[in-house]
Design a protein. Structure first.
Ligand SMILES: *Cc1c(COP(=O)(O)O)cnc(C)c1O
Length: 222
């Protein structure tokens, strides 16, 4: 199946209010170009250098989302152009994004990544730590950051009940956090190729779909 076909298939399964981020990590610029030519404009990547290289060679009206774990020393590669950073999981990272955004004279939109999965390997804030941090009103001192919502990843399992539990927990976190922010706090980023229909049922407003659109990733070619 072609990328254009898969894209329109996935789009067709989503309510209109849900934003589709096409996750193009590890796939070449040509694959992104195919999706672009089919009319898609929002792409997600998980490595800053790879994101930067693709930005350089592809049309400038693409909205680039950083979805993977971001090290503070790599923020500078993407700060000049990134549209949304989904994976803000620490105070140090937020403060670095603030500094780099100020240097570029921009405001960068971010999501707060919250850890709900069973696996230790998943990153993200613990809700209690995040609540504690928010008590110091940190974002009032970060004028170059706009917090748009919450992002999370469900446990990697075929047990739908566990996945549903994780997504419900993310929605609960979103609802708890919302009063700390303004009206623009309206994005709940959750759901990937295998679990996005459940995420949408649980209140997702943004899904991040990779392999279902671009095919399986081949990490051996990296
Ligand atoms: C890779 C990735 C995705 C997309 O995963 P697929 O299973 O290919 O849809 C979504 N979110 C994050 C954070 C990712 O790293």
């Amino acid at each position: 199946m072609s990328i254009a076909y898969q894209l329109s298939f996935v789009r067709g399964t989503l309510p209109e209010y849900v934003t589709l981020v096409a996750v193009s990590k590890t796939h070449p610029a040509g694959a992104i170009r195919e999706a672009y030519d089919a009319g898609h404009r929002i792409f997600g990547e998980s490595r800053p250098q790879e994101l930067r290289e693709k930005y350089d060679v592809l049309p400038k009206d693409i909205e680039w989302h950083m979805i993977g774990h971001l090290q503070t020393n790599k923020v500078k590669y993407i700060a000049p152009f990134v549209s949304l950073i989904h994976s803000v999981d620490s105070a140090r990272l937020a403060e670095t994004i603030q500094r780099e955004a100020a240097k570029c004279g921009r405001t960068i939109e971010i999501l707060l990544e919250i850890r709900v999965a069973d696996e230790e390997s998943k990153s993200g804030w613990e809700l209690d730590d995040l609540m504690q941090y928010l008590r110091t009103a940190p974002f009032a001192q970060m004028p170059n950051i706009c917090v748009r919502g919450v992002m999370g990843i469900a446990t990697n399992t075929d047990d739908w009940e566990v996945i549903r539990r994780d997504f419900r927990e993310l929605k609960r976190c979103f609802d708890l956090l919302q009063p700390n922010f303004g009206a623009r706090f309206n994005i709940l980023s959750m759901g990937m190729s295998h679990d996005y229909p459940i995420a949408v049922e649980c209140g997702s407003t943004m899904v991040r779909v990779g392999s279902l659109i671009f095919g399986e990733r081949d990490y051996s070619k990296q």
